[in-house]
Design a protein around this ligand. Structure first.
Ligand code: MLT
Length: 263
């Protein structure tokens, strides 16, 4: 699997298929592996690229970062591998980075997909909870983060009869270092408010949300849908916050339709 040296890091990414690049940005505190069902299925439709953000998965780094610097890393990587302009899709934290990409690199963006995410910054209460989570990961490590997060990532009952869902999330979370999780919590806490960007977006935009998302529920997706001119909304049935792994068939269908209209 390829890596690209950039900004002091060997970035790991998966890259399959040909044509319009569709870049898939992972959520917190996961890795490119959360997109495996999309990589397998969509490579017959377009060029699908899924990187690990710095510090996550196989992109080893112990340096701090911001949401904006993650977007600059992604842009640098895509430039180096000849994948611009592109469609950027991001889940949750990946969605914050996708919005930062849209703000910084509008000329290289052909379309935007916001999956189980939100545009505003952290509320004072959310910032306080980040600080507690930083304390938790410092004292007890990634396993404690997995224990706390997994029940909220999936729709209630989603893993009944599918224990592999929680297992694969746990593997991704525990593969990340405590340091990277701490850096990410700081980046998420301090991220900019992207709400003012929404009405100015000029590219085709698709918003995807699980009908049982407990972290960024459908009313947040509906708010972004109203604010972005011409945006489309896909509500995924039977999914929580992790729509791409909980309901890959519905998500892949929505992505395929969206990308095919951009070409
Ligand atoms: C994610 O799934 O990336 C996180 O829920 C983002 C966040 O905590 O704001």
């Amino acid at each position: 699997m390829p890596t690209q040296a950039l900004n002091g890091v060997d970035f790991f990414y998966e890259d399959r298929g040909k044509g319009l690049p569709l870049v898939l940005l992972h959520g917190f505190p996961l890795s490119h592996a959360m997109w495996s069902a999309q990589m397998a299925d969509l490579a017959s439709t377009c060029r699908v690229i899924a990187p690990d953000f710095r510090g996550f998965g196989k992109s080893q780094s112990d340096q701090p970062f911001t949401v904006d610097s993650l977007a600059a890393d992604v842009h640098g990587l895509l430039k180096a591998i000849g994948a611009l302009p592109c469609v950027v899709a991001g889940l949750s934290m990946g969605g914050y980075v996708a919005l930062a990409f849209a703000r910084q690199f509008a000329n290289d963006l052909k379309g935007l997909v916001l999956v189980d995410t939100r545009a505003d910054g952290d509320s004072p209460q959310a910032k306080e909870s980040r600080t507690k989570t930083i304390d938790l990961v410092r004292k007890q490590g990634p396993k404690a983060i997995a224990d706390a997060m997994i029940p909220r990532l999936l729709a209630p009952g989603a893993d009944e009869g599918r224990p592999e869902l929680a297992r694969s999330l746990r593997r991704m979370i525990e593969d990340n270092s405590a340091k990277t999780i701490e850096h990410a919590l700081i980046a998420l806490r301090d991220r900019p408010d992207s709400t003012p960007l929404l009405p100015t977006l000029k590219v085709p935009t698709l918003i995807v949300v699980g009908d049982g998302d407990q972290i960024t529920p459908p009313d947040i997706a509906e708010g972004m849908h109203k604010a972005i001119p011409g945006a489309k909304l896909a509500v995924i049935r039977g999914a929580g916050h992790m729509t791409p792994i909980e309901q890959p068939i519905q998500v892949n269908q929505a992505l395929r339709l969206f990308v095919s209209k951009i070409r």
